[in-house]
Ligand binder design. Structure first.
Ligand code: 3PG
Length: 213
C-alpha cells in the first residue's frame, strides 16, 4: 500500500501549511522556493496546471535541498509516472477516480487523492489511501463537513484545500482529523509573476506563526 509507511501523513503533519503553487515561468521556481523556505514553509505543492510545472518541481528538488517538493493537480496516469520518475515524496490530486487510484497503487506513488464526498473517501480508503485532500474544502462543507466525516471515518486524515485563508486556517488546524491545510494565498500567481520574494517570505512567517499558535 502506497501510504502504509505513514510518511505522507508524517510529512503533512510536520508541514501544517502547504502552499499550492502555480508557476508560469521556470525562472521563477527556484527563487520562489527559496523565499518560501526563508519564511519557514518547506513543504511545497507544485501544480501541473502550467506548462512549466513539471520542470519547476524538478528544478526546486535539485536546487533547494531544504524544500520538500511534491506535485499537485495530478489528474492523469502520466502525472503519477512523473512523480515516480522524480521520486517525489507526495502527489496531490483534486479528485479520486478509480483509474487514478488504481494507477497510484500499481506505480507505488505516495498519492493523496482529493475527496469531496463520503463515497470518494471510501474508494480511497479501500485502496489504502487514508490521508486525503478535502477539495474544494470551503465549497463542500468546510469545518462542519470534516466534523461530520470524523464519525464514520475515524482513521481518515485530511488536508483541506480550496478557500482556506488566514481567517479560517486555525479553525481547520484545530480539528483532530486535519493534518495540514493547503492554499494559494501564501504565494499567488500574481506574487510569483511580480517576483515579490520578500512579500512571500513575510506572508509565510506570519502564517506559520498563526498555524503554530
Ligand atoms: C487549488 O487547487 O487551486 C487550491 O485548492 C487552492 O485553492 P485556493 O486558491 O482557494 O487556496
Amino acid at each position: 500500500m502506497t501510504q502504509a509507511h505513514g510518511s505522507v501523513a508524517d510529512i503533512l503533519s510536520a508541514a501544517r501549511l502547504i502552499p499550492v503553487l502555480t508557476i508560469e515561468r521556470l525562472d521563477r521556481a527556484v527563487p520562489l522556493a527559496r523565499a518560501l523556505v526563508a519564511g519557514g514553509v518547506r513543504t511545497l505543492e507544485i501544480t501541473l496546471r502550467t506548462a512549466a510545472g513539471a520542470d519547476a518541481a524538478a528544478a526546486i528538488q535539485a536546487e533547494v535541498p531544504e524544500a520538500i517538493v511534491g506535485l499537485g493537480t495530478v489528474v492523469r496516469r502520466q502525472d503519477l509516472e512523473l512523480a515516480q520518475r522524480l521520486k517525489l515524496p507526495f502527489a496531490f490530486s483534486p479528485g479520486a477516480t478509480p483509474e487514478l487510484l488504481d494507477a497510484a497503487v500499481e506505480l507505488g506513488v505516495p498519492f493523496i487523492p482529493g475527496v469531496g464526498t463520503a463515497s470518494e473517501l471510501i474508494a480511497s480508503m479501500a485502496r489504502g489511501f487514508t490521508t486525503v485532500k478535502l477539495f474544494p474544502a470551503e465549497q463542500v462543507g468546510g469545518v462542519g463537513m470534516l466534523k461530520a466525516l470524523s464519525g464514520p471515518f475515524p482513521s481518515a486524515r485530511f488536508n483541506p484545500t480550496g478557500g482556506v485563508s488566514p481567517a479560517n486556517m486555525r479553525d481547520y488546524l484545530a480539528l483532530k482529523n486535519v493534518v495540514a491545510v493547503g492554499g494559494s494565498w501564501l504565494a499567488t500567481p500574481a506574487d510569483i509573476e511580480a517576483s515579490d520574494w520578500a512579500g512571500i517570505t513575510a506572508k509565510c512567517e506570519s502564517a506559520m506563526a498563526g498555524a503554530r499558535a
